[in-house]
Design a protein around this ligand. Structure first.
Ligand SMILES: C[S@@+](CC[C@H](N)C(=O)[O-])C[C@H]1O[C@@H](n2cnc3c(N)ncnc32)[C@H](O)[C@@H]1O
Length: 284
């Protein structure tokens, strides 16, 4: 039993720590799916640009709603691909056979991401498109209007899984700057659709939309790069259990507060939500 999570892993939980270290402490085949948005280490054409703080790289956010920089976004191409492969290997060990994986990425890092996925032993199954609907216009160029979601599975993925038919294109604007908690926060609506690729419990129970059902739903989703906790919140709203891992203390706390707010209206105050620091035993 690991030192990071106290009891049965169900519920909605943000762990403050380095995903690689946290994953090493988790048991085999715990997760029914991995849904995540890693640091892209992109946003610039050269290494000097990549090394800038995230607020400078993702410049559109800085004046409207200054938010703290986030971690892990300045690696060069080789280091990023190597690092991706390392945590993807560990995430695969922690995933059930057939578990799906979905990872956001931009056009620059797309080829490296599909390499890393396959080097780590996942089967690459396709690319989804997130059409953000607007972007900076540049004369004589195509708009960079889309981001992508690379998806795959941990080995064979039967067609009769307990999951619905899902779209391949998601059309949704980014969260408004004024409401954003994280510099690169993903839209909750899109995340609510994407988590549905994760198979529900073997008993076939469909607990979508029921916050109460999270305590009994056996499907646990992993987001190793939780940011403001959008995946964990989407999982909660769709009736899954979920664990998010976040290295930045600021964002781990923000994500925890966000999930607690969602839970407070519908669950008991002693819900099994908790923020846990890597290296410490959760006292909850
Ligand atoms: C692109 S953001 C995720 C944003 C998230 N999807 C949301 O909607 O808020 C990636 C996050 O991964 C975190 N991160 C970077 N390296 C990490 C690591 N080694 N372990 C855990 N989290 C890490 C960053 O601090 C950042 O908040």
């Amino acid at each position: 039993m690991n030192q990071l999570i106290d009891h049965n892993f169900t519920g909605s939980r943000i762990i403050h720590g380095d995903t690689f270290e946290v994953l090493k402490s988790l048991p085999d085949a715990l997760f029914s799916g991995v849904i995540t948005d890693p640091p892209y280490a992109s946003g610039a054409a050269d290494q000097n640009g990549k090394a800038k703080p995230t607020s400078a790289k993702y410049s559109s956010v800085k004046s409207a709603n200054p938010l703290p920089d986030f971690e892990g976004d300045s690696k060069d191409q080789r280091s990023w691909t190597h690092w991706m492969t390392e945590w993807l290997l560990e995430a695969r060990r922690c995933s059930k056979p057939g578990a799906p994986i979905c990872m956001f990425i931009d056009w620059r890092q797309l080829p490296s991401m599909t390499d890393a996925l396959q080097w780590a032993g996942w089967i690459w199954r396709g690319i989804l498109v997130w059409d953000k609907t607007n972007s900076r216009p540049q004369r004589g160029r195509f708009r960079q209007q889309a981001e992508f979601i690379v998806w795959g599975s941990n080995g064979h993925m039967p067609l009769d899984r307990n999951a619905p038919i899902l779209p391949g294109v998601f059309r949704q604007t980014m969260p408004a700057f004024s409401k954003r908690i994280h510099q690169t926060e993903k839209p909750l609506e899109v995340m609510r659709d994407i988590v549905k690729i994760v198979e529900r419990g073997a008993d076939g129970a469909d607990c979508a939309g029921s916050l109460d059902a999270t305590s009994t739903a056996p499907s646990i989703i992993l987001d190793p790069f939780a940011g403001a906790g959008t995946t964990v919140l989407a999982a909660l709203l769709e009736g899954y259990s979920s664990i998010g891992i976040e290295l930045s203390k600021h964002y781990a706390d923000a994500a925890t507060a966000r999930i607690e707010t969602a839970l407070s209206g519908t669950a008991d105050s002693d819900s099994d939500m908790g923020v846990t620091d890597a290296g410490e035993t959760d006292a909850a």
